[in-house]
Design a protein around this ligand. Sequence first.
Ligand SMILES: Nc1nc2c(c(=O)[nH]1)N[C@H]1C(S)=C(S)[C@@H](COP(=O)(O)OP(=O)(O)OC[C@H]3O[C@@H](n4cnc5c(=O)[nH]c(N)nc54)[C@H](O)[C@@H]3O)O[C@H]1N2
Ligand SMILES: Nc1nc2c(c(=O)[nH]1)N[C@H]1C(S)=C(S)[C@@H](COP(=O)(O)OP(=O)(O)OC[C@H]3O[C@@H](n4cnc5c(=O)[nH]c(N)nc54)[C@H](O)[C@@H]3O)O[C@H]1N2
Ligand code: SF4
Ligand SMILES: [Mo]
Length: 765
Amino acid sequence: MSRGAPEQDIDEGALEVGTPGRAAAGVKGVLVSLQRSWEQMGTTRTVRTLPLLNQRSGFDCPGCAWPDPREADGDKRKLAEFCENGAKAVAEEATTRRVGPDFFARHSVAELATKTDYWLGQQGRLTHPMVLRDGDTHYRPIGWDEAFGLIADSLNALDSPDRAAFYTSGRTSNEAAFLYQLMIRSFGTNNLPDCSNMCHESSGSALKETIGIGKGSVSLSDVEHADLVLVVGQNPGTNHPRMLSSLEKVKQRGGRIIAVNPLPETGLMRFKNPQTVRGVVGGGTALADEFAQIRIGGDLALFKAINALVLRAGAVDEQFIAEYAHGYDEFVAQATEIDWDEVTEATGLSREQIERIADMVISSERTVACWAMGLTQQKQGVATIREVVNTLLLRGMIGKPGAGVCPVRGHSNVQGDRTMGIWEKMPDSFLDALDREFGITSPRHHGLDTVDTIRAMRDGRVTAFLGMGGNFVSATPDTDATMAALRDCELTVQVSTKLNRSHVTPGRTALILPTLGRTERDTQASGEQFVTVEDSMSVVHASRGRLAPASENLLSEVAIICRLARRLLGRDHPVRWEDFERDYDLVRDHIANVVPGCEDYNRRVREPDGFVLPHPPRDSRTFPTSTGKANFTVNVPEPIRVPEGRLLLQTLRSHDQYNTTIYGLSDRYRGVEDARRVVLVNPTDLARLGFADGDLVDVVSEWATGDGPVQERRAKRFRLVGYPTAAGCAAAYYPEANPLVPLDSVAEKSNTPVSKAVIVRFERT
Ligand SMILES: Nc1nc2c(c(=O)[nH]1)N[C@H]1C(S)=C(S)[C@@H](COP(=O)(O)OP(=O)(O)OC[C@H]3O[C@@H](n4cnc5c(=O)[nH]c(N)nc54)[C@H](O)[C@@H]3O)O[C@H]1N2
Ligand SMILES: Nc1nc2c(c(=O)[nH]1)N[C@H]1C(S)=C(S)[C@@H](COP(=O)(O)OP(=O)(O)OC[C@H]3O[C@@H](n4cnc5c(=O)[nH]c(N)nc54)[C@H](O)[C@@H]3O)O[C@H]1N2
Ligand code: SF4
Ligand SMILES: [Mo]
């Protein structure tokens, strides 16, 4: 029997493909969010929960990291300050369905491993700590104390702390993240892989080098007041839906939008705002003024061409460059040449269109560049983002209103987790502050990131894994290899809210520790607690859960860390773990002393809109880089060679999932219903390759390092769907397509898996 993820997703007859949607959101979006909420929570809970979402007295949306409007920017929050997918995220967490000891008694781990991710997630909230001991077939309940003792004993028995890896997913609160890294560094390792390694690591890497800080430089108001917004490699209609309201404001103020994407994503084309009359009864707002249907991986060539055209037109901000930039002459020396054959080949775009786009860049006085996974999950992701920065530097577009870089983050607190120290390469200055504050000695050698953790597990160098949230097995590349690596571990521990594939891919001993979600009341000895989070635009604010917890056996993430730390580090450890569990204000007092920009944290997070972390380039055009200036960089595109008969496949999200959590089977905007094992292919390519819409195929990826042999990976039984993607390109959903992504296919510098450019062929089944 195959031990991989199940190949059968749903009844094959059920696939329905309609025409892609014409406008995003609208009344349909409202109806879907209410329907899903009723299904999962019932009417009373829906009515009690949704009004608290993203309100000052309520909880932060557990969906994406798009910011909320702030009164400081003259914006009031509306009564319903959330989107369809935010409501789905809440319904998924606040569901009344439960997975308790009786569920695990009924289903063996082997049986659960045959279920789809969708099925697993739909079973409900985890209610009890569970253990799977060596040789057992079923998870069994375990007391919290015994669980912590078991984990602490196993970790302390390792011959080095570096034999353990501690993963974090981006929903973890600032308080939990801060304590988690403190526990791990006290234990003695920097092995802190996180979801960010697979997400915006390329952005962090490129921005740190060029502007000195790995975060976006814009506020919500900057985006809304831009003349020109570039939306590159991002599908906001699905993944950051309230961004569409901001893009709508750009249009209403006379600004323009350029969308660069291999797919004509509905949300980029047209938006029906359900909160305006026009959005409810009218045709909505047309968004993209220019849609550049780029070939996968063509963005570096595109931005190089744009920059050459900007230079040729003499449209550079000389004052900005003279005062704030470094490396301009080297940049110019290689930047004015354009080989149009190469550019049109790499991008699939016409020279005329690229010239039109360059003209828009040249005539804009306030430009914001937004991007997400279409740029970061590429072999040349870092170089591409550096080239986007070059465009902005040429035009002086950093550190002024209505302009800047905007890497749009994924998980609701992924940016905050990094700020709090979740990184395998935290700078010594942070570690020094941590050591001074707590009287510990943090290790200084760098730890393992996500890809290196998998390699280390595969090679037996890491034998214990703990996941603070997330779904490591389904989120990482090369599913079969990762599954084998995890199963080889002595110990796997997952701190989770919902059942997922990582629970049914256990190490020799496996534990599930169920925890509170964002929506739930968190009561500790000193009373009700709140936590804090940071959004994509560096705004830090409070989040208070209000619902009764899914089970009385749940512990908060903070409590789990504090109790585990006491067992792991012993009674004599200098950190007062029991105090932190009792009162989260005490954690925040330490955050204030250790984390740069968090001074007076307890007071400032209590301000109604929270506070904004410092960002030197945004605030004062100060660039804390190696040169003390904003750095121009020289980036050389390496064309992706796709052999005859093959296509370039990207893996992406449907409208009905949150990463590995599948909400449902409706990718409404793309018109794909009731199926996830599908590959979207341009009809011309289908015909050229001798296939037809509806054919059932195995997808085989091909990958080689240097002169090495071609490695093949196979994902079975996918349905081909004719779809207007760019020529030579294809798309399939993540995580079903993850077995095709080679572990060693990573972005240069950031080590992010190349999930957006996999060379594939199809074989008829
Ligand atoms: N509802 C919902 N919201 C989410 C998530 C979710 O799963 N569901 N996930 C969250 C997370 S963790 C993240 S990181 C974000 C992800 O947000 P996105 O980055 O928008 O997510 P993807 O689905 O990966 O979409 C990538 C987009 O890039 C395009 N693309 C692919 N290759 C290229 C390329 O070579 N060039 C260009 N220009 N474009 C390309 C694809 O066509 C697609 O539109 O969303 C967050 N928000
Ligand atoms: N092929 C391919 N692979 C990808 C991507 C891609 O585009 N293509 N995208 C990558 C990206 S951008 C990301 S960010 C990663 C995401 O990787 P992860 O963050 O690891 O995955 P998620 O699916 O977000 O994690 C879902 C699980 O988190 C748990 N959970 C939910 N809420 C909470 C909470 O409040 N606390 C705790 N402790 N647990 C909670 C639930 O048990 C749920 O099953 O995947 C990456 N993988
Ligand atoms: S845009 Fe993102 S944060 Fe805002 S409500 Fe929607 S999912 Fe939640
Ligand atoms: Mo992400």
